[in-house]
Design a protein around this ligand. Structure first.
Ligand code: C5P
Length: 232
């Protein structure tokens, strides 16, 4: 059994501002993408890494990130698409012949740990599909379309999905193909597998596995690095 990490890093990062995509910007001196890749590079559970970057950034990713930070498992760097789902599909097409399990993890979550990767993988090996997720602790509100009404959403049983999300290769490839054929666009990978009626195992994620989306998140991430990256 061979495990490949697929790292979607092809977002333009427009919500964060800046001339370059956010994953190439330094986070306390080291690009976010390099930090994320380093965790997979040093994990004994990962055999290979496919990195998906914005079209035109393949060479800079190879030179500035993969070569510079010694990510020797990242042998394939491919161009992504207009949506995260299209980028993941591009990464799936670049998998090596021997990959039997795929662990998909957003470049925008650099504080993932080898321990969380291992727990999600173990669950996917037995059930075929598993994701890291956290029980929702906030009270959720839904605003009416006209912006005037507010309703409370029952939070019992709700989980906030994170990555990593791991799947048997045949399952995620089929799920992606079916979604594309149906014109379905999901916000994570598990949602495509759920549409096939296949169960997805929930693995308790890690609150420090932050997703860096807005400029404010970058500042929080700098603080996290400054106090010592948690969970390592
Ligand atoms: O945009 P969002 O923050 O949800 O992106 C999550 C991850 O998906 C990021 O690592 C981003 O680089 C990646 N992505 C991608 N291709 C896109 C859009 C986002 O690989 N077209």
């Amino acid at each position: 059994m061979s495990v490949t990490a697929l790292i979607p890093a092809a977002g333009r990062g427009t919500r964060i501002g800046g001339a370059r995509p956010k994953q190439f910007l330094p986070l306390a001196g080291v690009p976010m993408l390099a930090r994320t890749l380093a965790v997979f590079q040093s994990s004994d559970d990962i055999d290979a890494i496919v990195v998906v970057v914005p079209a035109g950034e393949e060479t800079s990713c190879r030179d500035e990130i993969v070569a510079r930070y010694g990510v020797s498992k990242a042998t394939r760097i491919v161009a992504g698409g207009a949506s995260r789902q299209a980028s993941v599909a591009a990464g799936l097409r670049a998998l090596g012949a021997d990959a039997s399990i795929v662990v998909i993890h957003d470049a925008a979550r650099p504080f993932v740990t080898a321990g969380l990767i291992r727990r999600v993988l173990a669950a996917a090996e037995s059930s075929g599909a598993a994701i890291a997720a956290l029980p929702v602790v906030d009270t959720l509100k839904r605003r009416s379309p006209d912006g005037r009404g507010l309703a409370t959403v029952e939070r019992e049983g709700l989980w906030a999905a994170q990555t990593p999300q791991a799947f048997r290769r045949d399952l995620i490839v089929e799920a992606c193909a079916r979604a594309a054929a149906d014109g379905f666009l999901g916000t994570d990978d598990a949602s495509l597998v759920e549409r096939l009626g296949h169960p997805v195992t929930l693995v308790e994620g890690d609150p420090s596995n932050l997703k860096i989306t807005r400029a404010g998140d970058l500042r929080v991430a700098e603080d996290v690095v400054a106090v010592g990256e948690p969970g390592r």
